[in-house]
Design a protein around this ligand. Sequence first.
Ligand SMILES: [Zn+2]
Length: 232
Amino acid sequence: MYKYFDAHCHYSYLKKNYEGYLIAAVSMDYQSAIDTLSLKRENVLVGVGIHPWRVHEEDLTRVLPLISKADFVGEVGLDYRFSKAPKELQIKYFEEQIKAGEGKLINVHALDAWEDALNILVKYDVKRAIFHWYTGPSSLLKDIEGAGYFISINPSVTFQKKHQDVLRNADLRFILTESDGGYEYRGKLLEPSDIPNAISFMSSFLGIEEQKLIKSVSDNFYKAYGLNVVNS
Ligand SMILES: [Zn+2]
């Protein structure tokens, strides 16, 4: 039914339909959470959360009640490189949103904070999580997989060396694809429609047939998001 799977997309910033894609739409703040919730439909799962870049300017108490309406929590996490918010505040927001989303998947941004984010997820006994656009140390991959979590590979894998190293070292069993659509990276607006090209690249990079790779990503997506498999 679906050919491509976007595990992390700022869909409320894009005004298009993507036929054949199953999309997990993340939000950044209160306003995008409201917009994202309104996008709920058959091929769109909706996430609510305050991004670590917005922590210092967003009211947690406005967003927490929206989490119960969402399919998953995100985009939430920690960012020790770019966020202007103090570490302690980022951790507080991350933890409060995890608690409010008990039982739901957590869609995690953890730039330069990979290990802290993993430890917090484990501390709160989170069962399902995705480390989006994972560029952290390869040594942490086995712990992420061991905890039952996933990583998502962004279309930037076609040129981003660090991301390629991750792809090389990660087991297929916990790899998802994402676009981070709506976000502009190196002057290009990312979109779900960048995923087919990423799949082709990943397929030749790993020496795996495209169909096999897509099947694996599909299985992982359904498992991560706790959905019944309708794809065959
Ligand atoms: Zn994002």
